[in-house]
Design a protein around this ligand. Structure first.
Ligand code: ASP
Ligand code: MG
Length: 348
């Protein structure tokens, strides 16, 4: 058994679907967990906030034009559209919001299913939530025992596609697990089924830094689970902070790879002492203040952190533990920019 997660950033058009098909060619005994098409969750939130049914029509069109679909799938998408148009006009509450935004994953699931089936895959889909969660709408957490029971009682085909991001509470209300939460869904499936996971995304694995901010970003071939747990707390690769929690203590192989280029990251259990990555994180709610965070095993060891602290200055140190070192950026530090130019060179 294997879990493959398809990210929303690689769900833009038919070309993406063709590349996904090629990636999955040899998949058997596999569960595909999918995100919504790129930007659809944001659009659903906007439709809910503004009660704008025109946005729902646009979302429907994005799906219907992505690839050739059978009448059956077109009918399903029309039904989702009509339900959504009713839902967004109702009185707002968090439960309704979760129900509305779960439609992104429902719609992408049936479109990808249809495309792969037409391309010869022995595939089925399951739209009813298999993940059982608490009732914290917008940030639900899975309940392990109940979820395991439900997943283990489900008959999966050779390839089964399921929606990420949403589950249902014990009393059957649709819940969502937080933004970027379909990676978390993939980890839940892998944890329950005790199988490996491939996360397929638009960048070649987990990188040393965000290439849009820092120069010389490169793929990290290996990262430990405790490092990636820490990275998720600081929004590295936009991981939701809960993403990897279901696999703590499990011996599961996880890889993060790109749909478009070579390079991947393996998440291992072995700690290797070095600075792995640098990220900018927000500092509380203050928009103009940021933390520059270095992450890696043994970072609090003076040997590992000395370059960083001697160049930037100890006075900026905000927090340090065995896995991370954060510097609170003040205006001086931001203006001097040195840390941004040099940060990547401190990563070994
Ligand atoms: N579609 C959801 C979001 O945009 C979940 C995900 O992409 O992982 O947050
Ligand atoms: Mg995503």
């Amino acid at each position: 058994m294997q879990v493959v997660k398809i990210g929303g950033s690689i769900l833009k058009n038919k070309e993406d679907l063709i590349l996904i098909k090629q990636k999955l060619m040899d998949c058997h005994n596999c569960i595909i967990v999918t995100s919504a098409l790129k930007n659809v969750t944001n659009m659903l939130i906007e439709a809910y906030e503004t009660k704008n049914t025109g946005i729902i029509e646009n979302i429907y069109n994005m799906h219907i034009t992505m690839t050739d679909l059978t009448d059956e799938i077109k009918g399903l998408l029309r039904k989702f559209r009509d339900e959504l148009k009713t839902l967004v006009l109702m009185d707002k509450n968090l439960q309704l919001r979760d129900l509305v935004i779960s439609y992104g994953e429902r719609m992408s699931t049936v479109v990808i299913y249809s495309f792969l089936r037409d391309n010869g895959f022995k595939i089925s889909y399951i739209i009813d939530p298999l993940i059982v969660t608490d009732s914290v709408f917008g940030n639900a957490t899975f309940i392990e025992g109940r979820t395991a029971e439900r997943i283990k009682n489900t008959v999966f085909g050779d390839i089964t596609i399921v929606p990420g991001f949403y589950g249902a509470s014990e009393d059957g209300k649709i819940t969502t697990v937080g933004r970027g939460g379909s990676d978390y869904t993939a980890m839940i499936f892998a944890s329950v089924l005790n199988c490996n996971v491939r996360i397929i995304t638009d960048v070649p694995g987990i990188m040393t830094s965000d290439p849009r901010i820092f120069s010389d970003s490169r793929t990290l071939p290996e990262v430990s689970l405790s490092e990636v747990l820490k990275m998720s707390h600081f929004g590295v690769k936009n991981f939701n902070y809960k993403t990897f929690t279901p696999v703590i203590g499990k011996d599961i192989d996880i890889t993060v790879e790109s749909l478009y280029e070579m390079g991947k990251t393996r998440i291992t259990r072995k700690p290797v002492k070095s600075v792995k990555c640098v990220a900018l994180a927000s500092y509380g709610a203050a928009p103009e203040r940021n933390l520059l965070v270095f992450i890696g095993h043994g970072i609090s060891d003076p040997e590992v952190s000395k370059n960083i602290l001697s160049v930037i200055g100890h006075e900026h140190l905000y927090h340090m533990d065995a896995l991370s070192l954060s510097l609170l950026l003040d205006e001086d530090l931001i203006n001097n920019k040195k840390c941004f130019q040099e940060a990547s060179s401190w990563i070994k």
